[in-house]
Ligand binder design. Structure first.
Ligand SMILES: Cc1cc2nc3c(=O)[nH]c(=O)nc-3n(C[C@H](O)[C@H](O)[C@H](O)COP(=O)(O)OP(=O)(O)OC[C@H]3O[C@@H](n4cnc5c(N)ncnc54)[C@H](O)[C@@H]3O)c2cc1C
Length: 405
């Protein structure tokens, strides 16, 4: 029995344990995770770790000894398959039961898999945890050089950039009519498409995968158009499926993820959910119920849940932010562009330093800043203030955004 059991040892789970201790929580804390590694950062998996520039030890959220020193018990390599909310018990590794006082569900999501023939062939990889990236690196070490990246979202594009840098021929296959369509406006999409092409990456838009070809391992990707792209490595970056099966089976409400209120409470008593798996009404999305997949959201929701558990409830109201590194481009985003009705370009994409400002009803709701950290830092204040600023003033790249508030 632990006073608080945390399921998931990723960003949200780790931060929840740390925040509980920071809040002065003196009860017992048990973290259970399927991964066999202590909590580590996921973003480098498609960036510096894939590139071989960051050793795994430097990705640990805290040194391995930290958890014991804070009286946080870690049970690694263990899957939680069932929750009994009436008995306040979890079933782990098939049969063992673990009672809890309060449960924090921080199980993130599983990489969405392709459903087509050949999807399971060796050489076809997702990037969700360390083992995935290690498998890609092993294929590269074994001589793989022709890669197809399926999915033109952030993870797919980051992987494409790294694989190119490592000397691979890369083709990105995207189902929609532009990359980053789910998360960014068209200006940004077109800019990144041009950048990748300039680095030798082929980008196929409105292209759908019919099958992965190969006998013992992947040899090609067949598209619905009939074209086959020969390759010896496939990276699939087509989103995640939130890991909420046991919660939903136990009766928690949810559809795309599990529903939580502003204190990160699920509909089940004494069960909180945080991070990628938590569907919430986000104040920066006009109250629309969404899931966010970012380190910011996982950490801030963890803080919200910890405060609520410690009797100091404070509704979740954190401004969303995110980053992505591709080649020498650092993209920083703040706010949510969801539902924007106008965009303003600040600076010149040709100079590889510019921002896209998103407006809804005249209010600044988000910024995507490429190699423009100052806009990102100052624009954040505009988003927080829900400032209404004339587009022509926002477009004047010479005037610092802080002067517009
Ligand atoms: C390759 C990659 C690059 C990324 N880059 C960025 C970036 O640049 N910037 C950014 O902000 N975000 C980035 N993200 C997203 C960010 O990492 C996630 O939003 C964040 O990790 C979410 O934290 P979480 O705690 O909700 O889930 P996770 O960190 O995914 O942790 C969930 C944990 O729960 C475990 N688990 C799941 N189900 C069970 C179960 N039934 N029993 C036991 N354990 C279970 C999983 O194994 C996992 O360890 C990236 C993600 C990936 C995969």
């Amino acid at each position: 029995m632990a006073d608080v059991v945390i399921v998931g040892t990723g960003h949200g789970g780790a931060q929840a344990a740390m925040a509980l201790r920071q809040q002065g929580f003196a009860g017992s804390i048990l973290m259970i995770g399927r991964d066999d590694q202590p909590p580590y950062e996921r973003p480098p998996l498609s960036k510096e770790y894939l590139l071989g520039e960051k050793p795994f030890e430097r990705m640990l959220i805290r040194p391995a000894s930290f958890w014991g020193e804070r009286q946080v018990e870690l049970k690694l390599g263990i899957n939680v398959s069932k929750i009994d909310p009436a008995a306040k018990e979890l079933v782990v590794s098939g049969t063992e039961t673990v009672p809890y006082g309060t449960l924090i569900w921080a199980a993130g999501g599983d990489a969405r898999r392709l459903a087509c023939p050949g999807a399971q062939l060796p050489g076809v990889h997702a990037i969700r945890d360390k083992a995935d990236t290690d498998r890609i690196c092993a294929d590269l070490a074994g001589g793989a050089r022709r890669a197809v990246v399926i999915g033109g979202g952030y993870i797919g594009l980051e992987a494409a950039a790294v694989l190119t840098k490592l000397g691979c021929e890369v083709v990105v296959v995207e189902m929609l009519d532009r990359v980053l369509a789910r998360v960014a406006g068209e200006d940004l999409s077109r800019f990144y498409e041009a950048e990748h092409k300039a680095h030798g990456v082929a980008i196929l838009l409105q292209a759908e995968v019919e099958a992965i070809e190969g006998e013992d391992r992947v040899t090609g990707v067949r598209l619905k158009s009939g074209e086959t792209i020969e390759c010896d490595l496939v990276v699939v970056g087509i989103g995640i499926v939130p890991s909420v099966g046991p919660l939903i089976a136990a009766g928690a409400t949810g559809a795309n993820g599990v529903d939580v209120d502003p204190l990160c409470r699920t509909s089940l008593p004494d069960i909180y959910a945080i991070g990628d798996c938590a569907a919430h009404a986000n104040p920066y999305a006009n109250g629309t119920v969404i899931r966010l997949e970012s380190v910011q959201n996982a950490n801030d929701m963890a803080n919200t849940a910890a405060k609520a558990i410690c009797g100091d409830p404070e509704p979740y109201d954190a401004v969303p932010w995110f980053w992505s590194n591709q080649y020498d481009l650092r993209l920083q985003t703040v706010g949510l562009s969801l539902g924007h009705d106008a965009t303003v370009l600040r600076g010149d994409p040709a100079e590889r330093s510019f921002s896209v400002v998103y407006l809804r009803g005249g209010q600044v709701i988000a910024l995507d800043c490429v190699n423009r950290t100052r806009d990102y830092a100052q624009g954040r204040k505009l988003v927080e203030a829900k400032a209404s600023i004339a587009p022509e003033r926002l477009a004047d790249a010479e005037t610092p955004l802080k002067e517009l508030l």
